[in-house]
Design a protein around this ligand. Structure first.
Ligand code: MSP
Length: 524
């Protein structure tokens, strides 16, 4: 049976070009999507842009450009960057399209007909950067500031439409108590506490905000950006020419199995969004996973601090694979992570260039020299199982368990540990000494076969994490590249990771470095 796996990145605000935070979520989602495709799942990786709201309208005004042109240009930056770094998304959705507007209207009608919309007066302090009301006392003489952005909040007192979140108190409390719904486990408690404090209705319309989707039957009101944005996940789903209505979308990949997001927007995804879906009687996503925040050399990144890391410049300087490896391997997915230049260089050079790159290089050179430029024979018919076979099987199984739990670092470390074991085995066997005794040539062949075969499995396991590097490794063994963008058929993975997949006598191309050591003058 084919499993469907729909996963999403957040839909990124287009007030600015992509930043390293958006790159991080997207790379992680890409790795998970590639993993599932290799398992034969029918994957739909959704990404895109969230294009409404006051923040974006103001950015366009500040840039002196009509909002439509501004969002088109910014969305273009996202699409171009994902293409440039090989993100394997299946859908790229934009929330300022007519198609999305139709879907939002259809959804809103359903929720309203079900009795979960009311009019009310919205009084409160608003953070435009968060696009969210914050708790604060209206009687304060001083203007309160946003704790995240350290910017003054803005006072609002207007008639808005409200979504009756309070109607869903019990069902949401049950949902967030479910172990599988919020990942990582450490974040579940914080959402539970928020729900236990009592869910309050929230306003879903704005007055005087022309850059938004008009609310039907409510002249002068546009939808609150989060109400419209979350629905982008459904608009994104494949339909004939995109879903014309909710029904088409639902037939083609809803509910999502996984929403990958940063921890700052967990509440929207784990509380507001499921309540909205319940209100429309639509199925709920299976899991919301909130990853941590990235800092740089121990400091929060920001324009005012002047320490942002421009993704385009970064990729141009060091290439895509090193960035993927570093971020996915060094940061425990779910926890905060600190980007450190020295560690970046050390890990990329040690892991990819030395531990894995040199292993491949040495083994291919030896095999070519002593076995006519090809893969040596496995050993006699009744030879015992190769000592590396069991280790490799355990490593590939471990990689699978890690991916099943979004443990990308665990998957990287299990793969790296396999490469280290192979290196240890190679030093211990020292085929370069054994080959001097011609009676031991068959034994040397068996040693090298095992090393090449286990190394092939390293390459296979690396595929979702660093796809190009993985394919370079496989090419060095004479193997065909893996296509984790389009995927494998169900059951093919099990075959791929079975011991003995590397054919005896397969020609080995001349060894060349898989990755040249990175040196940097200046900063990342
Ligand atoms: N538009 C909303 C999402 C709507 S989803 C229907 C949004 N966009 S965003 O562009 O501001 O943020 C996108 C993602 O980037 C969020 O998941 C956020 O957590 C993440 N990051 C922003 N800064 C980050 C770091 N410094 N580190 C890691 N991720 C961070 O929110």
């Amino acid at each position: 049976m084919v499993h469907r796996f729909t996963l999403t990145t957040p839909l990124y605000y287009v007030n600015d070009k992509p930043h390293i935070g958006s790159v991080y979520t997207t790379l992680a989602a890409d790795a998970i999507a590639r993993w599932h495709r290799l398992q034969g799942d029918q994957v739909c990786l959704i990404t895109g842009c969230d294009e409404h709201g006051l923040k974006i309208q103001r950015s366009a005004i500040a840039a002196g450009v009509p909002t439509r042109d501004y969002v088109d240009r910014m969305a273009g930056h996202f699409a171009a960057l994902w293409q440039r770094i090989g993100i394997s998304h299946d859908r790229f959705v934009r929330t300022s399209t007519p198609q999305h507007q139709r879907l939002v209207h259809g959804f809103y009608e359903r929720v309203r007909n079900n009795g979960h919309i009311r009019l009310g007066q919205q009084r409160g302090w608003y953070c435009v950067a968060c696009e969210e009301f914050k708790d604060g006392d209206a009687g304060d003489s001083e203007t309160p500031r946003c704790a995240i952005h350290d910017r003054p909040l803005e006072w609002r007192d207007e008639e808005n439409l409200f979504f009756c979140l309070s109607h869903f108190q019990e069902s949401i409390a049950r949902l967030v108590a479910r172990e599988s719904f919020i990942g990582p486990a450490s974040r579940r408690r914080e959402v539970q506490r928020f729900v236990e404090a009592g869910l309050r209705d929230f306003s879903i319309s704005r007055v005087d905000l022309p850059w938004g989707i008009p609310v039907p039957h409510q002249p002068g009101h546009t939808f609150y950006v989060w109400f419209d944005a979350l629905l982008g996940y459904i608009t994104a789903l494949p339909g004939s020419d995109g879903p014309q209505d909710l029904t088409t979308a639902l037939a083609s990949g809803w509910p999502a199995q996984l929403h990958l997001i940063g921890k700052d927007i967990l509440r929207f995804h784990a509380v507001y969004w499921p309540a909205m879906l319940l209100a429309a009687e639509l199925p709920l996503p299976e899991q919301v996973f909130g990853h941590g925040f990235l800092t740089r050399e121990g400091r929060k990144m920001g324009k005012t601090l002047g320490n942002t890391l421009d993704p385009e410049a970064l990729f141009a300087k060091v290439g895509v694979e090193p960035v993927r490896w570093y971020l996915l391997r060094d940061i425990q997915f779910g926890e905060d992570g600190d980007i450190q230049q020295k560690r970046f260089l050390d890990l990329v050079n040690n892991d990819l260039a030395n531990t894995i790159g040199n292993l491949v290089n040495r083994t291919v050179s030896m095999s070519r020299r002593w076995f006519a430029d090809a893969v040596p024979p496995q050993g006699g018919q009744d030879a015992p199982p190769h000592p590396l076979a069991a280790t490799a099987a355990a490593a590939t199984a471990q990689v699978g368990q890690c991916f099943a739990q979004q443990d990308l670092q665990g998957a990287a470390m299990a793969t790296l540990a396999l490469a280290e074991t192979i290196n240890g085995y190679l030093s211990e066997q020292a085929p370069w000494r054994a080959i001097k005794d011609s009676s031991r040539k068959e034994a040397v062949g068996a040693v090298l076969y095992g090393v090449l075969e286990a190394t092939r499995l390293v390459g296979v396991c690396l595929q979702p994490l660093v796809p190009e590097f993985s394919n370079r490794l496989l090419a060095q063994l004479g193997c065909a590249p893996l296509d984790s963008r389009h995927g494998l058929s169900p059951g093919a993975w099990e075959q791929l990771v079975g011991w003995g997949g590397l054919p005896h006598r397969q020609p080995l191309p001349e060894a060349s470095p898989l990755l040249t050591r990175l040196e940097l003058d200046g900063d990342l």
